[in-house]
Design a protein around this ligand. Sequence first.
Ligand SMILES: *Cc1c(COP(=O)(O)O)cnc(C)c1O
Ligand code: SF4
Length: 427
Amino acid sequence: MRDLETIPQIAALPAEIRLQLCAVARVLPFRVNRYVLEELIDWSRVPDDPIYQLTFPQPDMLDSADLQIVTDLLRVAAPANELEAAVRRIQRGLNPHPAGQVTLNVPTLGGQAVRGMQHKYRETVLFFPAQGQTCHAYCTYCFRWPQFVGLDDLKFAARESEQLVEYLRRHPEVTDVLITGGDPLVMRTAALRRTIEPLLAARLPGLTNIRIGTKALAYWPYRFTTDPDADDLLRLFDEVTEHGMQLALMAHASHPREFATTAAASAVRRVRSTGAVVRCQAPLIRRVNDDAQVWADLWRAQVRLGAVPYYMFVERDTGPKEYFKVPLARALAIYGDAQRQVSGLCRTARGPSMSATPGKVVVDGVLEVGGKQCFSLRMLQGRDPAWVGRTFLAEYDERAAWLDELRPAGGEPEFFFQRPLRDLQRR
Ligand SMILES: *Cc1c(COP(=O)(O)O)cnc(C)c1O
Ligand code: SF4
């Protein structure tokens, strides 16, 4: 982890720009490491470099009035509490917890809400180990950022995996546990083992897949190669395979450059040698990867290493969304152009998909119905399992960037899921 001003390339910038970057870094999380600085960012292309855009605060990420407020406070070295209050107000204005995560997805055990878990889709439970709620470096568009900037009341954190096992015993329909964060691979292997071993020991008949959501392949591939407990980690993956389960490493992969280093290639090779599967997913982000060529290269790089392209997400409606957003129409065009450039092995990524309140909704295409342009949409995941696979139409809107900006086609008053969702939220 590095302080922004101690990074030589940043220290060399004009004072006013430096002040602005520091101001943004007070509001949005900033963290970077030597690997990202030295191996991923191409400093000759800064500020346009995609990895720089992915990890470094940019002045335009904040509303200009908000940016002014924080830079002014920093300039006059305002009292800490004054600065803190301004920063908190701006943070809360950035929709820190989208898609009903706080109220709708928290599971209960014996009538009590279980912290540190989410259960939204029938087959898959999300588990947030307390020590995994940070990352090797931070993405500026991250929707988990309240956990990093200390908006504590919004944080999910589990202390024990006993509750997880107990919950799974009572929910035999769950086939997948997705261990997530932050990045659970920030944890030492010994700590991760305390989450995974009880899942293996419990011999739950329904549980077949343990997934780990991580950005470590991209931000710290040494986690799988030369870190002191890298070998232990691989042994743990082996044990999952030996128990007849799949260990799926859900790798957050934004740009082909992340696979171009020898460290990343060895990391993928070592993970695969345990029988684990690497599946890759990332959001489509303006200035980082809003280019069909980049996605085609990204998928090719993954498949070449034996990793499987899994999802292309639409950026969520949180944080500096305006800075990064790509309208759905453009996201669809990028996805289609990229798919047409690659072989079938690379076409396993589904997208562009929105993780919205009712479920994961993919934009499949644009159709003409009754002389009118429509988006054809499909539910890939549904809060109600009966919704999975349902297709529906929305009026074409070139600027819409999220589900809630779309209107049903054909004069329908609302989408099929809106009423049941309202009933659910009222409960
Ligand atoms: C995406 C997601 C999952 C996993 O969905 P898959 O389509 O099975 O990968 C599980 N829970 C939540 C809340 C999700 O957003
Ligand atoms: S790696 Fe994932 S959780 Fe961590 S900062 Fe990036 S998007 Fe957020």
